[in-house]
Design a protein around this ligand. Structure first.
Ligand code: NAD
Length: 376
């Protein structure tokens, strides 16, 4: 089997496979690795780092012709897909639950495509979980971004020039990104509080030394696989009030709340932003799915009533070397499911393989995606 590492668009700094995973990939049964020229450069990984680990540098046309498995974080466009042939395997993070248009062209081209954001949240899938890896990066980087935009320090300082109070940080959504944001903000010396609709999150928040903001009456579902579900109108109003009260004290709000495959819950209302301290900073990691904050603009930094609101959905691209290394390890662990004693096989009996497959012989295999697309 030949593995091809495709270059991302210039707006993406990450690369799907890093040189440190090549040896392990070859041990699995990959006979040759082709790197699209310059694919790792923006992540600080020049071609020589790949060739020293046994990869060959090639142009796009060669990759398209010779690679059996192609990796790329983002989906290829229709024009790029035209040059691929039936049976080639694509692996990436295509976000098909939100970006539904990505699915049909892959099936029309007869490709077998696997989208790692559809992995089940099970213990066995953890080592392949790109959502967790990228959320870890995003949660960390969100705090650093907030610190650079805040006109004040994060830690408390007692100096000859007086005492500086620590920053107050409110984290909305205590999943993977939120917990990483709590840990990072605590390390920087801020006073941190957080809330989530899942009761399991409370213990995790407390264990990181942050305060948990209680809003009673949240709905949970065991069928949601560890994820949050849509809340009732009554709860949403209670939550908005609680957020409003805590936001008045906050210097920074970091929004991370998501519901898979749906618009992100709207949690910070316009009037809340208007009532916040001038100079406060909101980082909205849910910007690409509509945002947790009513005034967020995706991909933009805006100032609203003196509050800096940053709608940033691709923070992993701003920490590209480590984010790529994590992504690459996730793909390596995923590919282990496909190789048995060096032989490559698509085994749809494996729940992880089936759950992530968005195209194979012209059909969607993932039951979750089928339900979202309403195909049977
Ligand atoms: P996510 O990105 O879908 O959501 C982020 C957080 O927002 C979640 O904690 C969610 O509960 C919260 N949220 C949603 N709506 C909210 C609202 N209205 N108000 C406040 N908070 C709201 O989730 P995630 O971070 O990817 O992970 C969520 C869960 O999955 C966690 O239980 C995590 O431990 C679990 N998980 C399991 C695995 C695994 O076992 N393989 C891997 C990663 C995460």
């Amino acid at each position: 089997m030949v593995l091809g590492i495709l270059k991302e668009d210039n707006s993406e700094n990450r690369v799907s496979i890093t040189p440190d995973t090549l040896a392990a990939l070859m041990k699995l049964g990959i006979k040759a690795v082709l790197l699209e020229k310059g694919a790792g450069v923006q992540a600080g990984l020049p071609d020589e780092m790949y060739t020293s680990q046994g990869a060959q540098v090639a142009n796009l046309a060669e990759l398209q012709q010779k690679a059996n498995i192609l990796t790329r974080i983002h989906a290829l466009n229709g024009e790029q897909l035209k040059h691929l042939s039936k049976g080639q395997v694509l692996i990436g993070q295509y976000n098909p639950l939100m970006d539904k248009d990505v699915v049909k062209p892959l099936n029309d081209a007869g490709l077998s495509a696997f989208s790692l954001d559809l992995l089940p949240r099970t213990t066995r899938a953890q080592a392949m979980d790109v959502l967790s890896s990228m959320a870890t990066v995003a949660g960390y980087k969100a705090v650093l971004l907030a610190a650079t935009h805040l006109p004040s320090f994060f830690p408390m300082f007692m100096t000859a020039a007086g005492t500086i109070k620590p920053a107050k940080v409110l984290i909305i959504g205590a999943g993977v990104a939120g917990l990483q944001a709590i840990a990072t903000a605590k390390r920087l010396g801020a006073v941190v509080e957080a809330f989530d609709v899942r009761t399991a999150a409370k213990e995790e928040v407390l264990s990181l030394g942050a305060k948990f903001v209680e809003v009673e009456g949240a709905q949970e579902s065991a069928a949601a696989g560890g994820y949050a579900i849509e809340q009732t109108e009554e709860y949403k109003q209670k939550q908005a009030q609680a957020v409003h009260d805590h936001a008045l004290q906050a210097d920074v709000i970091i929004c991370t709340a998501q519901i898979p495959g749906r618009r992100a819950p709207l949690i910070v209302q316009k009037q809340t932003v208007e009532a916040m301290k001038p100079g406060a900073v909101i980082i909205d990691l849910a910007a690409s799915t509509g945002g947790n904050c009513a005034v967020t603009e995706d991909g933009k930094t805006i100032y609203y009533h003196g509050v800096c609101v940053i709608g940033e959905s691709n923070l992993p691209s701003t920490l590209p070397r480590d984010a790529s290394a994590m992504f690459s390890k996730n793909i390596l662990n995923f590919l282990k499911l496909f190789f048995v004693k060096g032989e490559f096989k698509l085994n749809f009996e494996d729940d992880i393989v089936a759950a992530t497959c968005i195209a194979h012989e012209g059909q969607v295999i993932s039951e979750r995606l089928k339900a979202a697309l309403q195909v049977h």
